[in-house]
Design a protein around this ligand. Sequence first.
Ligand code: HPA
Length: 274
Amino acid sequence: MAAVDSELIRRAADAVAERLGSLRPRVAIILGSGLGAVADAVQSAIRIPQSAIPGFPEPGAPGHKGELVGGTLEGVPVVVQSGRFHLYEGHAPDVAALPTRVFARLGVTTLVVTNAAGGIRLTFRPPTLMLIADHINLMFKNPLVGPVAEGDERFPDMSDPYDPALRRLARDVARTERIPLEEGVYAGLLGPSFETPAEIRMLQRLGADAVGMSTVPEVIAARARGVRCLGFSSITNVAAGLSAQKLSHLEVLEAGKQISGQLEQLIRGVLQRL
Ligand code: HPA
């Protein structure tokens, strides 16, 4: 198992800080598949290609752009990651979590994670948005494995992986803006194959409401550094076996696009109230 490289985290953070100049982001936002629109809403945008950041690989998943965008959103200094690193691309968990550790080093105290997910709860009608209440790590990998990275906690508490106060804020925004917002448990699987119907029945019994292939490594790394998290799943499809329809990545991207306006509205509303 490769050690988490504290020196690399430092170099990556220095490279990003240099590009951002006087901007000190407070909030980082990681965008999921087909949810890239938020990056275009950033004001006074400073675009940093991920290829310019030490340790950041080129993004591979279609629907992911591969840049960090610094600037302001609703007056809040932010950094947006458009193009995350998935374990299913072959990246080690500490690579998936590298941007999160870099954001924490830059002074970010709040992480907003978004993803596309399959809906397991039978009442979910895609496309719809789900506030992530909790997660189940079924990737069987953890970015904290190995020697403790400088700034990480060895055994972080995971009682509140998704901050209760931020979730309350998100529900308030949804209510006032009249955005339908479900809330439930996200199961993170390695992928990249979609689940079998039997796996979905298993996940139902385990208490999962949605299933996806990301987010868990980033949230674990964030909690190890005391960064509070807020997560949204864009439920892009009914999970395997729960409808007659076959699953496709194209459908996921299309449904993500349909719902990304509401997701942006929710994120903006939360930022206004921070
Ligand atoms: N399963 C896993 N990941 C996903 C799905 C799904 O059904 N939809 C979007 N991402």
